[in-house]
Design a protein around this ligand. Sequence first.
Ligand code: GGG
Length: 369
Amino acid sequence: MAGPRIYRIAAIPADGVGKEVIAAGRRVLDALAGQSAAGRDEPRFGFDWTDFPWGSEYYAQHGLMMDPDGLQRLRNFDAIYFGAVGWENVPDHVSLWGLRLNITQNFDQWANVRPVTFLPGIESPLRKADRMPLDWVVVRENSEGEYAGLGGRNLSGRGPGNEVAVQTALFTEKGCERIIRFAFDLARTRTVRRVSSVTKSNAQQYGSVLWDDVFHRVAADYPDVQSESVLVDAMSARFVLHPEDLSVVVASNLFADILSDLGSALAGSLGLAASANLNPERRFPSMFEPVHGSAPDIAGRGICNPVGAILSGALMLEHLGLPAAARRLQGAVEAVTAAGCTTADVGGTADTEEVTDAVIEALKGCPGR
Ligand code: GGG
């Protein structure tokens, strides 16, 4: 009998609760792999983890968020499992650009997929969530837009109060087209085939209008998928008032970042939200991380919500070609939240370890569907 397929995963817990949730997610993924067996509807598999100590503590010792040759060291992994970045000893823009954006941009992880999932047993601030199924995906352009990193600060030599800063958003036809096509392709896999594109093209007459033009051109190639263009302010209201209309929401880097946080909060907590930073061409490893940040207020206390990291693990399984295992993991998480085993951010009394143990236990009763 052939041995299990071993996936090489780079683990970068980084800062704050990132360390706790990545440890939790790894325990769950290893338990799931341990259950994989011939006879299930997937091959046997396992994980070979390599830890990288990068982050703000590493910065305190080395003056860098990651090794200078870090990207080369990550290059040949099957995937990256990432925690969270940001701590008080490093300015946020230094830690973000030095680690998370260093990886997403240099590995051309241009599609950031952020499902908004309403889990059973989790209270949503939306009354509608009790009456109807809600479920949509935010697709974030992850390589350019407002995160292109173009601009500068100057003229401070003129004296106090005279400095200027320019921050330029970059919209390329190629960048717009690839993320918009990705969104339409994703919509074709969903029950409701609809793509909502979000811009601010009344005020942003260059970048947003180019995006809209590309969107309308690409939409013509997908006559089987409904499409609409919505301003970001209107879409914020739609998230709250008519979320049942949403299936795939595609937007630029900044708008989708903000909208996906809103979506996670509407689903109950940022601690629940999973994400995948994909290089769809697979020229580079893709990176899977919870949407939440390092949460310094609760870090180190063993009470953070591991669900976002665990469900990011499910997205990683899908990417690795293990959809049955991903479904089993999703089912186990749903069983645990439905049973009321949840952390304080969603009103529960369980700690990180108890939720993690409960997911591992639930896996035993969750067949691949
Ligand atoms: N796990 C997500 C994370 O670490 N986020 C930190 C953060 O500040 N992100 C801002 C961004 O990527 O736009």
